[in-house]
Design a protein around this ligand. Structure first.
Ligand SMILES: [Zn+2]
Length: 325
């Protein structure tokens, strides 16, 4: 699942392509992928068939800004509406400019790959989110769930497993949305202090520290990759219990979280998918990871230890058994 640096990358890249464009039409191919405030409109049964009406509030609107809260994407429109997107496990946003449409929509994989590699960013095809074969396929694909026709291009929301979502909501109600309302502080916020981190550890004395920082209600945006990385730099073993986190540990961990997230943003996120790096993905953070997906390899602190992988609460955790205690 994309974490804070990956979603930040999506938001920044998207902004360069779509801000200022109008939404000319929307096609909803999967009702499950497009949710909206029932006060606005809801799906209808017509002749025994469910149709997915497009809320009229979205049509003709101009895209003003793109931003992020936790792992959620916010696209503000004019006239007081916003589109919210969560990519979850397999969500993607692919943008293809109209000027290149004929060439990029039906081109062969090798041609698309060449275009993805050669193009100047603003001119080519934009592949964001979960990196998989769709990055090199013609659009729409069998995984396309929502299609936004914009003034100068088409934006495809693809989601193989359909856990992700697109929502339309009045801008004033964003933070009342059940996803956004439940989020803990942003790591870069002033409220995310060492004291706050220590306090949440004391409130969950028996939980392991990795689960605590993965909990989006505690701090938003940290997932499996960056929790492993932050714990490595803070020299804390992922299995350590909340009650065994000292104030000094909390302070080191807070700094380590900020350090790895900044690094992730600097390298445009991580593009690991099924243990390979697909072409056409923006992120390069996978080349700078210390422990994540490095099990069996030597510790980057040079301690002569080997990165170990363990199962922890249904997830994997990687750490150096020598440096992290
Ligand atoms: Zn080590």
């Amino acid at each position: 699942m994309p974490e804070l640096p990956e979603v930040e990358t999506v938001v920044r890249e998207l902004s360069r392509y779509i801000v200022g464009q109008k939404i000319k039409s929307v096609e909803i191919l999967s009702a499950r992928s497009f949710l909206w405030n029932p006060k606005i409109t809801r799906p209808k049964k017509v002749g025994g068939k469910t149709v997915f009406p497009v809320p009229k509030e979205i049509l003709g609107r101009t895209i003003k800004t793109t931003s992020r809260r936790g792992k959620g994407i916010i696209i503000d429109l004019d006239k007081g509406y916003s589109i919210l997107i969560h990519l979850k496990m397999t969500g993607q946003l692919i943008y293809i400019p109209h000027s290149r449409h004929a060439e990029l929509v039906s081109a062969s994989r090798s041609k698309i790959l060449k275009r993805v590699q050669d193009d100047k960013p603003e001119k080519g095809r934009l592949n964001l989110g979960h990196p998989d074969a769709n990055f090199l396929e013609s659009m729409p694909s069998s995984h396309t769930r929502v299609i936004f026709e914009l003034t100068h291009g088409t934006l495809y929301f693809n989601d193989q497993r359909k856990f992700g979502w697109v929502k339309l909501t009045p801008t004033k109600d964003i933070f009342a949305d059940k996803f956004f309302a439940g989020l803990g502080p942003e790591p870069f916020d002033k409220s995310f202090t060492a004291k706050y981190l220590w306090d949440i550890c004391q409130r969950r004395p028996k939980s392991n520290i990795k689960s605590i920082i993965l909990d989006q209600k505690m701090v938003s945006g940290v997932g499996n990759i960056y929790s492993d990385e932050a714990l490595f730099y803070a020299h804390i073993k992922p299995t350590r219990k909340g009650k065994d986190i000292s104030k000094t540990d909390a302070s080191k961990l807070r700094s380590a979280i900020l350090k790895v997230l900044k690094l992730g943003i600097k390298y445009s996120g991580t593009s690991i998918s099924h243990h390979r790096t697909p072409e056409g993905a923006t992120g390069k953070m996978q080349n700078h990871l210390a422990v994540y997906e490095r099990e069996g390899e030597p510790c980057k602190f040079g301690c002569k230890g080997t990165v170990k992988r363990i199962k922890l609460g249904g997830r994997s955790a990687r750490y150096c058994p020598v440096c992290q205690i």
